[in-house]
Write a protein that binds this ligand. Structure first.
Ligand SMILES: Cc1cc2nc3c(=O)[nH]c(=O)nc-3n(C[C@H](O)[C@H](O)[C@H](O)COP(=O)(O)OP(=O)(O)OC[C@H]3O[C@@H](n4cnc5c(N)ncnc54)[C@H](O)[C@@H]3O)c2cc1C
Length: 409
């Protein structure tokens, strides 16, 4: 359960066992705290956001210290179902009304770029994390019917994002699923989020970055020309800059009224034989509340999730986890005809959302050298990529064209 009044929010970030923590090279070995001097940048958090940040900064030749209060890659990241999508939870048509077309278009276009950048980064660094490009299917549901989906597909195409509108007949014919309509889009992927994160951390460490755990940061201060962070044990660490990549937990200085914590559930089946061909290379989600989403891995496991609730703590209830897993498996069977039987792994987790579905990527208000990437939402991994790019530019003294789109709100 979260302690949200403390100096630093601490949550039980997972209940149950996510499949990814059982896969090989899903973490890295940290150092214990000793002999730490001044560095260019301290990155707090060794999840996907911190790993991407450390990789980018070490690539730019900066000295980096990564800290985490948990073992590396053992926060929210291994709970992720890792559908790496450019599609933001808030549809383009709705986001245009909410924050204006200019910012909404910029957010959607930047997400396309980020998914492609991530796939390319993994290829360049040769990270073994089963990263595969996949098209995505967005199915009509109780939040968007066929007319709304057609308008959504047209709006995306108008700004240069590939989107094919599928009628009920076309969807049934190509995918065997019966829904009013769907959007088929490109520029998405899936992978193993724990291996991806561990691979990025390893790469940064090979370039000289140090990763120390367990270390909990409880306070921060800006000094002339630098920053200082206080640890729970009373040490003070200094650097030119700090980046807080603390996921759904944050220090009180980073609280924002535009975000809230919800609960979500996920499962992985045993490796399945005889899945429909399309399922192996397509990720699927629906415009519904509560929603269902699913993908597969190379071994034929179906990894599915959804059933979100607007409550921060219900994810910690084991009885609810069993019930939600049954609902997800049953919805999957009704939609696709695939019966996964008893899931091999089930897990639940808190999940942060913002009103506009966009993350907060910014310098912390009141500071000039302390930054944060709070990668909220269903496409948190894509947002972590954007966050890394914007904060790396800030630290280098360069402006990023989209920095105002994702600022503190
Ligand atoms: C069930 C589920 C399914 C998801 N599915 C998808 C999906 O399909 N696609 C997608 O893109 N995203 C998905 N997400 C979202 C995505 O997983 C997250 O956005 C992402 O993992 C967040 O990564 P992070 O590095 O920011 O946070 P984390 O992985 O939580 O890492 C933050 C780290 O910071 C550390 N920390 C926190 N506070 C302190 C402190 N004060 N001092 C020291 N260390 C601290 C924590 O211990 C933690 O290890 C999903 C999330 C969940 C829960």
């Amino acid at each position: 359960m979260a302690d949200r009044d403390a100096d630093t929010v601490k949550d039980d970030l997972r209940t149950g066992t996510p499949f990814w923590v059982k896969t090989p090279h899903s973490t890295v070995t940290p150092e214990r705290m000793a002999g730490v001097g001044h560095v260019d940048v301290i990155v707090v958090g060794a999840g996907i956001s911190g790993a991407l940040m450390a990789e980018a900064l070490s690539r730019a030749g900066r000295s980096v210290l990564i800290l985490d209060r948990r073992p590396p890659v053992r926060g929210s990241t291994p709970a992720s179902t890792a559908m790496i999508q450019h599609e933001i939870d808030v549809p383009l048509t709705r986001l245009q009304k909410q924050i204006g077309p200019k910012k909404a278009n910029a957010a959607w276009l930047r997400s396309v770029k980020a998914t492609n950048d991530l796939v390319e980064l993994v290829r360049t660094l040769r990270i073994d994390c089963s990263m595969e490009r996949k098209p995505a299917l967005y199915l009509a549901g109780n939040q968007m019917g066929k007319r709304a989906l057609l308008a959504e597909a047209e709006a995306r195409v108008k700004i240069g994002i590939a989107a094919e509108y599928l009628t009920r007949a076309a969807l049934k014919d190509r995918y065997g699923m019966d829904r009013q309509a769907a959007i088929l889009s490109q520029d998405s992927a899936s992978g193993n989020p724990a291996q991806l994160t561990a691979g990025l951390l390893t790469c940064a460490m090979t370039r000289g970055a140090r990763l120390i755990s367990p270390v909990e940061i409880t306070d921060l201060a800006e000094l002339p020309g630098g920053i200082a962070l206080a640890t729970r044990q009373g040490e003070v660490l200094t650097a030119d800059h700090a980046v807080f990549c603390t996921g759904y937990e944050h220090l009180r200085q980073m609280q924002s009224p535009s975000h809230s914590v919800t609960s979500t559930w996920a499962l992985a089946s045993r490796p399945m034989k005889n899945l429909p061909d399309w399922m192996g290379n397509t990720i699927v989600w629906e415009a519904a509340e509560p929603y269902l989403y699913f993908r597969t891995d190379a071994a034929g496991r179906v990894i599915a999730g959804g059933e979100d609730e607007d409550a921060a703590n219900t994810n910690a209830d084991p009885a609810r986890l069993a019930r939600k897993a049954r609902i997800i498996a049953e919805k999957l069977r009704e939609l696709t005809g695939v019966d996964i039987g008893k899931p091999a792994y089930t897990w639940s987790a808190p999940f942060s959302v913002t009103k506009d579905g966009l993350p907060i990527i910014d310098t912390v208000p009141g500071y000039s050298r302390i930054h944060t990437i709070m990668g909220f939402g269903g496409n948190g991994i894509t947002f972590s990529v954007i966050g890394t790019q914007i904060i790396a530019a800030k630290i280098a003294g360069r402006a990023d064209p989209d920095e105002t789109v994702f600022g503190f709100r």
